[in-house]
Ligand binder design. Structure first.
Ligand code: ATP
Length: 441
């Protein structure tokens, strides 16, 4: 292993261990040995996750031309025949005859040796493996009762195109946004939250007049990249990757991924696809229901084209987590700090009484009670103040407010900035205003 990849592995190990220790992410069913490819979000994790999803939701639906939707996970099985998932949503899979390890063919090393046992040319013929989870509705488990756990949220949007358009009195061009769970029975899960079997997506399907798809594609591509940057993700770790003609999905005319440079390399966090009229056309064919939209202004009927922005909420969460992680060499120690953008940090501010006497805890509690009306605030009076700062650095809390003896004289507190570690003094009546300014809420 090269020095760089050893270093990268170490960073991932540190992030995973901090995620567990501080309650961002736990392995699912841990006491039973864990369930591969499934994770649970702990107290800090669920706050960070909700903040990311809320920001996405607001960036989409605080516009006049995007509506929200929350469709069911189980859908009519014909949906997945129409969408092409029954036929095409497969990965080529091989087994090692020697050690029985299972791989996606496209992930095998060029050497042809089994990564697990080192056996050479010991693989079975490649066969297609469908990634959709199947289950049954009702008590009878036969082919007529098969349903699938959705592998993407997009189809629920296509099926509701006319419902939403009519109910919300929208006109093309307009979009429908949705956040929800998706399931893929991945052959190999790997890299923590990067490839899991249960995950969340944040998808927006934008319906446009054919011919106007290319310019809308460019527009959404830029918007989505900017969203990650606005939430503080390092610009030099973000890039576009265009799919070549032989990489394009069966439905796509153009596709760009937004990739993030994880410690283990560049990986897709979002796909922006021009899906043309493929999906609506397929649903027209399979359901027998007309999917043509009447454009009053143009006085013509057409099946709209779709520009899709499909972000992995869980993968983005992991990118935000990795990107925030930093270790800084201070004079006497190494400080671990999660540099989350203040808008997505799980805890907005922490409040500390410097010592547990002279009315300082009471004063601190009053400030907490006041701030809690608007913010997630953490009260901590345990241990030396330096250690309390470190605990909040690891949680990524942007501001720590300390009540000291001067507070009791002149009602001023110190506010310490997580990143610069600088402290300023403000009057207690100005704390909320200060936070509001910095947190944008
Ligand atoms: P990949 O090639 O990495 O499997 P994909 O091209 O199949 O991804 P899409 O179908 O475009 O991915 O899904 C959109 C987004 O959903 C991806 O950008 C990713 O963020 C997320 N995603 C897809 N599969 C998984 C998974 N198994 N675990 C976590 N997130 C996923």
């Amino acid at each position: 292993m090269s020095k760089e990849s050893k270093e990268a592995k170490k960073v991932m190990e540190k992030v995973v261990s901090l995620a567990k220790r501080r309650g961002f992410v736990f392995q699912s069913s841990e006491i039973y040995g864990g369930l591969n490819g499934c994770y649970d979000y702990g107290p800090l994790g669920v706050e960070l996750f909700n903040n990311i999803k809320n920001h996405w939701w607001r960036s989409m639906t605080l516009r006049e031309d995007v509506e929200g939707l929350d469709a069911s996970i189980l859908m009519h099985p014909r949906v997945w025949e129409a969408s092409g998932h029954v036929e095409h949503f497969t990965d080529p899979m091989v087994d090692c005859k020697q050690c029985r390890a299972r791989y996606r063919t496209d992930e095998l090393p060029e050497s042809g040796a089994c990564p697990n046992c080192g056996g050479k040319e010991t693989f079975t013929e490649a066969r297609k493996f469908n990634l959709m989870f199947r289950t049954f509705v009702g008590p009878v488990e036969d082919s007529s009762s098969v349903v699938y756990l959705r592998p993407e949220t997009a189809q629920g949007i296509y099926l509701n195109f006319f419902n939403v358009q009519t109910a919300a009195r929208q006109k093309v061009p307009f979009g429908i946004a949705q956040i929800g769970k998706a399931f893929r029975n991945e052959i190999n899960t790997k890299n923590f939250l990067f490839r899991t079997r249960e995950f969340e997506q944040m998808e927006m399907q934008f319906f446009v007049k054919p011919g106007e798809d290319d310019s809308w594609f460019e527009y959404w591509k830029e918007q989505r990249m900017q969203w990650f940057k606005d939430l503080g993700m390092s610009p030099d770790k973000l890039r576009f990757n265009e799919h070549g003609p032989d990489e394009l999905a069966h439905y796509a005319k153009t596709a760009f991924d937004i990739q993030y440079e994880f410690p283990f390399g560049w990986g897709e966090i979002e796909g922006i696809h021009n899906r043309t009229d493929y999906d609506l056309k397929q649903h027209e064919k399979f359901s027998g229901k007309a999917m043509k939209y009447f454009d009053q202004e143009a006085n013509e009927k057409y099946i709209p084209y779709v520009v899709e922005t499909s972000a992995g909420a869980s993968r983005s969460f992991m990118a935000f987590l990795v990107d925030a992680f930093a270790e800084e060499q201070l004079e006497k120690e190494t400080r671990t700090v999660m540099r989350f953008h203040p808008h997505i940090a799980p805890i907005n501010a922490a409040v500390f009484p410097l010592v547990n006497r002279d009315g300082m805890p009471e004063k601190a509690r009053t400030i907490v009670n006041d701030l809690q009306k608007r913010y997630r605030v953490f009260y901590d009076d345990k241990g030396a103040v330096g250690r309390r700062y470190r605990r909040q650095d690891e949680a990524g809390t942007p501001f720590c407010i300390t009540i000291d003896s001067q507070t009791l004289d002149d009602q001023s507190v110190t506010i310490r900035d997580r990143d610069s570690m600088e402290q300023i003094r403000v009057t207690d009546t100005r704390i909320a205003e200060y936070l509001s300014d910095k947190l944008g809420m």
